[in-house]
Ligand binder design. Sequence first.
Ligand code: PBG
Length: 329
Amino acid sequence: MITGKFPALRLRRSRKTDWSRRLIEENNLTPSDFILPIFLIEGKNKKQSIKSMPGVYRYSIDKLNFIIDRAIKKRIPMIALFPYISKKKKNALGTEALNENNLVCRALKEIKRKYKNEIGIMCDVALDPYTSHGHDGLLQDKYVLNDETIKVLLDQSLLQAQMGCDVLAPSDMMDGRIGEIRKHLDKHNLKMTQILSYAVKYASSFYGPFRDAVGSKNLLKGNKKNYQMDYRNINEALREVALDIKEGADMVMVKPGLPYLDVIKKVKENFKIPVMAYQVSGEYSLLENGIKNNLTDKNIILESLIAFKRAGANAIVSYYADRLDHIIK
Ligand code: PBG
């Protein structure tokens, strides 16, 4: 029998009731913790389901108000645009990226016209939706050329910024591109356009469903290991972040998310700057499969998302961003 003073402190005391648990909670989620990715498709009146990502859709520009109105109503601060480009518009150089009437540019103009600064708009800077080989840059003998790719990314950045993009998010992993993009924007008087660098982006198999969503999956030749990071490494991640901060990044991204919480934590602890985490498509699909097959309940979504906050993420790019109140009771 337990007698006397043992144990003086019972941590279970504060766990006994719901009100008490709420009182001592250390982390929580609010709508401001999210960035909502939106897939774009050409055409009219389209809300197209995506086979690899049940519950996520591609929207034609005229249908965007449906999802953006909802995001604003829920007070999500920012959306991220990703285009599905038809095969016939892709080529080895990704020239469609520089077409001022491409899908992203038209969406940017329309969203800005309609919503002004009610919600932030973020766009990827990378060529993969536009290249016939599915790589993020210019390819030569299976190698993605660094400096040559940056030249194209500068034009893509400037174009997207001029069309109304608030936050440019280079996800290409070329060396030195943040500094070059910052200089280029400033030179063209786009001093207030922010840069969210995908500073730490690992060559990951968790991107599979996304590549299907943007139509680059079957095109991709080889892998992205000569520019995206090796998932064995963490010190290298800190070096990437240090460089991008020096070059002028306003925020940094760690990607993928859940398998890389250690990286989020280290980046936050070392640099004290806004750190975004990307709960990528493969993570989404795994969670959805678990729920759909009744292996577990919907709370795995909340549990996974809170983990990002515990690790120190400021916000999470998540395909669940606009649907959380249906999922989390
Ligand atoms: C492309 C890009 C990718 C993602 C976002 N931007 C895929 C890749 O690098 O192959 C992945 C997002 C996801 O899986 O949800 N630069």
